[in-house]
Design a protein around this ligand. Structure first.
Ligand code: UDP
Length: 236
């Protein structure tokens, strides 16, 4: 196994499947199975889920919402997705537990780094809900922060595209995919891997990021076992 402790970031939108809203049962089950497959080979797993399939603070402001309230709604959306993922993993026979960045027992236990690491060592998938708990941040930033805090070997960003490209592959047919790229090159080429706060957190703490296609069955396990999939962003 190449990575024995990982932080997996899943966007809310990817949970929605083909529609951009709500939660797709089949995607949820597919993701839960992929997570259980790496749990079964002894990988310690924490997951940060987004909420974009339900609500985003910034889009709320466009329709007149106060940004802070909108972001709080977004953070609560991540809790809904996290509970759905917890249920799906449990249903398939894995141990999973939701921790929340904002106090809301009995929905989940309040996030505490030591309790999370303890549970991960105990083969429990720790789903870290509520983002950072603060407005004006994203779940990518929460993922970067929690990856560093929990001592993950890598931050795995599961998306619907299979890596980082030189340009948007849907708009530019000449766009090329990088197998590996340095933090510095991402900045100098102005590539979009994560928002700048999240990216800086990873860069400053030397936390490698792998962007990969989570919708391809088996990809998560292949990555954990060391297969070169997606794009690795690191100090080089
Ligand atoms: N959010 C926040 N603070 C955080 C994380 C998330 O305020 O630390 C809010 C923000 O409004 C964001 C929403 O929650 O738009 C959903 O998160 P995100 O957009 O990161 O979800 P994703 O794009 O991954 O689905």
């Amino acid at each position: 196994m190449q990575y024995s402790r990982i932080l997996l970031k899943l966007s809310g939108e990817s949970l929605a499947g083909n529609g951009n809203q709500g939660i797709s049962d089949s995607i949820l089950e597919e993701y839960a199975q992929q997570v259980i497959d790496i749990l079964n080979i002894g990988c310690e797993v924490a997951i940060v889920v987004g909420g974009g399939n339900i609500f985003r603070g910034l889009s709320g402001t466009e329709s007149g919402f106060d940004r802070v309230k909108g972001d709080q709604m977004g953070m609560l959306a991540t809790v809904i997705n996290s509970l759905a993922l917890e249920c799906a993993i449990s249903r398939l026979g894995g141990k999973a537990k939701v921790f929340t960045s904002i106090r809301m027992e009995p929905v989940g236990e309040l996030y505490n780094r030591d309790s999370v690491v303890e549970a991960m060592k105990n083969s429990t998938v720790c789903i870290l809900a509520g983002g950072t708990g603060n407005p004006f941040f994203t779940t990518d930033t929460a993922a970067a922060l929690r990856a560093v805090e929990t001592g993950a070997d890598v931050l795995l960003k599961g998306t619907r595209v299979d890596g980082v490209y030189s340009a948007d592959p849907e708009k530019d047919p000449a766009a090329e995919k990088f197998d590996r790229i340095s933090f510095d090159d991402v900045i100098s080429r102005r590539l979009k891997v994560m928002d700048s706060t999240a990216f800086t957190m990873c860069r400053d703490n030397n936390m490698p990021i792998i962007v990969f296609d989570m919708n391809k069955s088996g990809n998560l396990k292949k990555l954990v076992e060391g297969e070169k999939i997606g794009t690795l962003v690191s100090a080089l």
